[in-house]
Design a protein around this ligand. Sequence first.
Ligand SMILES: Nc1ncnc2c1ncn2[C@@H]1O[C@H](COP(=O)(O)OP(=O)(O)OP(=O)(O)O)[C@@H](O)[C@H]1O
Ligand SMILES: [Mg+2]
Length: 760
Amino acid sequence: MAGNPATRLLRICSSQFNFSKVRFLPLSNRFASYCNEIHNLSTQTHHSFCCYHPKRTKFNEFPSFGLDFRVLVLNKRLYCTPVEIENPSVSEHVDDDNKHINQVSASTNEGFSHVAALDPIELYHRLRDGPIARKLGLEQWDELTEIFRCFARSGWASNQALAIYIGASFFPTAAHNFRNFFFKKCDHDAVEYLLSLGPGTESERFLFPLFVEYCLEEFPDEIKKFRSMISSADLTKPETWFPFARAIKRKIIYHCGPTNSGKTYNALQRFMEAKKGIYCSPLRLLAMEVFDKVNSLGVYCSLLTGQEKKYVPFGNHTACTVEMVSTEELYEVAVIDEIQMMSDVYRGYAWTRALLGLQADEIHLCGDPSVLGIVRKICQETGDELIENHYERFKPLVVEAKTLLGDIRNVRSGDCVVAFSRREIFEVKLAIEKHTNHKCCVIYGALPPETRRHQANLFNEQGNEYDILVASDAVGMGLNLNIRRIVFYSLSKYNGDKIVPVPASQVKQIAGRAGRRGSIFPDGLTTTLHLDDLDYLIECLQKPFEEARKVGLFPFFEQVELFAGQIADVTFSQLLQKFGENCRLDGYYFLCRHDHIKKVANMLEKVQGLSLEDRFNFCFAPVNIRDPKAMYHLLRFAQSYSQNVPVSLAMGMPKSSARNDTELLDLESKHQVLSMYLWLSNHFKEETFPYVKKAEAMATDIAELLGESLIKANWKPESRNQAKKGNDNEDGYQRPRSLVKLQEQKRQEKDLKSAEKVTA
Ligand SMILES: Nc1ncnc2c1ncn2[C@@H]1O[C@H](COP(=O)(O)OP(=O)(O)OP(=O)(O)O)[C@@H](O)[C@H]1O
Ligand SMILES: [Mg+2]
């Protein structure tokens, strides 16, 4: 149906129902304009509209809980409350409620059912001012108790109550008091009507408007408090957070396409031509790759990551990690690489912030099409011009149907074997080096970028024996390596909770590392170790990009500080928790997950004397929360900082490269602590972190030791949590098994069992 939601809504109302009154519950800013429009239309259609809100203030003072709104028809009134965009359309709701109305009117023969048609305000006043209770029979009492019990537990009612600033935590109390109020009065008709409806949806919808009136009258303070809290946790309209960027009419160019299609290359061409440019990378390693490449082409470019600043004199260009980008400087050209990361549950906010906040005449976004729809909407809101450039892969990626037949000994020169855990990576390396003549380089997340780069170079260079790369998904984004074929060792990974299939988008990204244009293998191949996994690989590669429905946001410190002013006596971690529960977001934004931040916040709780801002910043330090040593050092750093004493490194330099996996893990851990020190020195007063030079030198040495260790590494891996035992025996070679297949078998067994149960 054409027209905006308000017009559509009104058309539905006028054509299907003969309403005399339409009543709105408090709504969003955006909804205010709908309301006004409905108001105007009401005069044209001769319907009378009663617009309602708790504080009798203007509509445009109401907050939003979403972009769209939900319409409920109750007792011949239309209730509109905002809902998330993916909820069913207006007309569906109206149709549903139409049924309800029909049911209600079908029972109007009963003497009591006229209460259903009463104005809820009128009915509420009747209850409030009426005489004290009539006696209820035991059965009636029980039934009515059950009806109110259902109401107090109703997710629907609790959700709707947010619109009048009854928070989810207060809702049960409010519902309990409302129940007592109702029982005290026990208006005959209302009770009879409720008993005729019984517990459930219909009684909830009958009670809700009365509940609203009751709350507005009884809980003005709670409502006020919740309202202030809500408005201080307002993350709606994030585009307005960057007024300077809004003052510029920016040109956004979306380089949209699959991997290895030249997106970053083309964006970088414009970057290098500009007088001043910034390149935002998802990874330190990729920022370094661009830094090297651009400088080698004669364009002076600096490097900026959380841990390092390399200023190139006279350089007007910077390659940075996306978290580090400044929204205060002016650029001619900015590049935001891997823009689809906006929808990443943990880090998405950094991309969203860059897109909304960058002050640049031209912003080049490179990525797959998954966030194109949202970028279009954002550009409409910011008023920026959007140009879409679509790309195809230079050469198609070919799937090798033969696979490695479950035998890792079938690897060939130029292969990159991808495994999803550190343990597997070393198992693969060990097996390949033991049973073939190949040597392996390794790349995984816990290695410093310098070591990863060193390993990548060793693999890229021809003429040495290191012709196989064994890597984790850390190899997946944007990097250009000399890979002929990507072999998936498995297609399942541990997601922190359980083993799950690797998502299709990630499989595509990783497979896209094979056969890069300009590399010595321009024709890319991909396959799996196991024949059993091949179907899943093909399925992933064929799957169209899924459109992201939301992109990430995270509050600035100032927003958290404002919120903190509304809540007394909570720890910082509780504060973040409460912010998460109460913040308001527009329909296509979500609040990024921050479990790891809360974990750090909890640990730092015992450190006294840190300001809220210091705490906030410490929580973003890059630390592996599962590594107790790293957590211990972070705590120590924070303690020294809070006492304003120079933060020491307190760490000895390892003498030699690792001789076993424990020593390797120790080197990784030590490097991560140094990296954290450097990060903190860049984010806090420099004088409190006086050992930056020493930390840098140690980090470089450890990265080198790690490189040496990896070349020698021929031991069995130990994971940090030595959970599962490997399946290879001591002497011979045992083929690994397909996890996808195992899972599938398990699922089938489970299905079979439950089917047997059913037939039994
Ligand atoms: N027009 C070109 N001339 C020469 N080389 C090019 C050209 N376009 C791209 N390349 C090279 O092809 C390779 C892949 O290009 P690029 O990195 O831009 O791909 P992409 O689409 O960004 O891939 P991904 O999604 O994996 O990041 C790079 O090594 C790049 O230098
Ligand atoms: Mg790229």
